[in-house]
Design a protein around this ligand. Structure first.
Ligand SMILES: Nc1ncnc2c1ncn2[C@@H]1O[C@H](COP(=O)(O)OP(=O)(O)O)[C@@H](O)[C@H]1O
Ligand SMILES: [Mg+2]
Length: 424
């Protein structure tokens, strides 16, 4: 071998050696690079796993059949399971979590229209617990080949918020109702106050006026009766004077009603048994009932508690009611009943005047307490107005129920006095 060829061989050898060395270095470099990358990957995946399990948000995946394939700790807890493994092993299906069919349909509709569900409040059934509300965010993944894949999403508990919102809603609803009711009450009071003020103003004038009329009227009446007794009159003149006397009586009744109506309600209250007042009112009208051939029945409770009443005014109430009843019944077979009882509340005494008379037309019923409302020829329409005024001044109330052709019942309810002595 020539020297030159030996050198060439050495050169080639060296070249291959260098090449092999280079390859080794390159390989080592790649290996280190991959090692580094896989280290970063491992750290990254660890980070994601920690996040996945530490977040309070439920994270999940379920397959197209609805079976959960991935769930984190928070998700499992929210669904009422001890661990993610428990959910996966039990093969829990989303249908057994969202049990309400309408809710599932709503979610399907949202998925179909928007392609996803975002922060949608939905009720979930939790084993061994009450219904829980969650805010759900859901979308569907696409497979590499473009077909639809699994569902994945997030959810968190909003039960407390839903309850608070409901509470708030109820509260504001109640508040609104209370405000409306109070406003109505105030408006009614205002209206009533105005009404009373007007009545009081009219009342004062009328009272003064009526009072002035009384004296000349009694002079006229006296003159008429004197003439009737003493004068020698032919039958025609006598009839004229008698008529004048009757009209005078009617006018006197009218004046009395108007005066009662206009009189200010200053009561002289006496705490007393109601029975004597009831009996006396019935006694006074007994005669008129007999004259008309009607019966007056009494059913006055024995054990009534005492009531604070102005006896004179209460007599007036009873007389007005009994007279109305008498005027409403037929002469024959007319029956009127005066009754009184203590109501079961133990705090109210009810006086009731019932008759089997002509009754009141339903259309008239709301008007019977109005001043000057009357269906009688010669009626003043002030009787019931005065009754109501007196009863309300006693902190009581009066109610009329009636059926045409059947009869009428008027109930007066008065607050009983509380007895201070126990057991007596
Ligand atoms: N017991 C009753 N039965 C039938 N109608 C009644 C009775 N009480 C009251 N009414 C009706 O109510 C109206 C008003 O009664 P009231 O105020 O006493 O006035 P008046 O007796 O002067 O008509 C009467 O005209 C009558 O139509
Ligand atoms: Mg009357």
């Amino acid at each position: 071998m020539s020297e030159s060829s030996t050198r060439l061989l050495q050169l080639v050898n060296f070249f291959f050696l260098a090449l092999a060395l280079l390859a080794v270095y390159y390989y080592a470099y790649r290996l280190r690079l991959e090692l580094k990358q896989s280290d970063a990957l491992r750290r990254e995946s660890e980070l994601y796993r920690d996040l996945f399990n530490a977040t309070t948000e439920g994270v999940f995946q379920f397959d197209p059949e609805g079976r959960f394939t991935v769930i984190n700790r928070a998700g499992a807890k929210l669904m009422g399971y001890d661990s993610p493994e428990a959910v996966l092993e039990a093969g829990v299906n989303v249908r057994s979590v969202i049990t309400d069919r309408r809710e599932r349909r709503r979610i399907r509709v949202l998925m179909a229209t928007d392609g996803r569900v975002q922060n949608h409040f939905v009720a979930v059934s939790v084993p061994k617990a009450d219904v829980r509300y969650v805010s759900l965010t859901l979308h569907r993944k696409r497979n590499a080949d473009g077909t639809d894949g699994v569902y994945e999403g997030l959810f968190h508990d909003v039960t407390r918020r839903v309850a608070l919102e409901e509470e708030l809603w109820n509260y504001s609803d109640n508040l609104e109702k209370a405000v409306r009711q109070k406003t109505d009450e105030i408006l009614n009071l205002e209206r009533r106050k105005l009404h009373l003020e007007k009545l009081a103003a009219v009342g004062q004038t009328v009272a003064a006026f009526t009072h002035e009329l009384r004296n000349p009227l009694s002079s006229i009446k006296m003159g008429v009766s004197t003439l009737l007794k003493r004068a020698k009159l032919d039958a025609g003149d006598r009839r004229v004077l008698e008529l004048a006397g009757l009209e005078g009586q009617r006018l006197e009744r009218l004046l009395k009603d108007v005066l009662d109506f206009a009189r200010p309600q200053e009561l002289r209250l006496i705490v007393q048994d109601l029975r004597p007042i009831l009996e006396r009112a019935a006694d006074q009208l007994e005669c008129q009932f007999r004259d008309r051939g009607a019966s007056l029945e009494r059913d006055i409770g024995r054990d009534l508690p005492a009531v604070a009443v102005d006896p004179e005014r209460m007599m007036q109430v009873l007389q007005n009611l009994l007279l109305n009843a008498l005027q409403a019944v037929r002469p024959v077979g007319g029956r009127v009943r005066l009754a009184s009882v203590l109501l079961p509340d133990g705090e109210t005494v009810r006086i009731e005047v019932t008759d089997n008379g002509e009754g009141i037309q339903p259309a008239d019923l709301p008007q019977v307490f109005e001043p000057f409302f009357s269906r009688k020829s010669g009626g003043t329409g002030l009787g019931l107005t005065v009754v109501q005024k007196i009863v309300e001044a006693h902190r009581g109330r009066v109610r009329v129920t009636s059926r045409p052709m059947d009869g009428t019942a008027v109930q007066v309810e008065l607050p009983a006095e509380r007895t201070t002595q126990r057991g007596s």
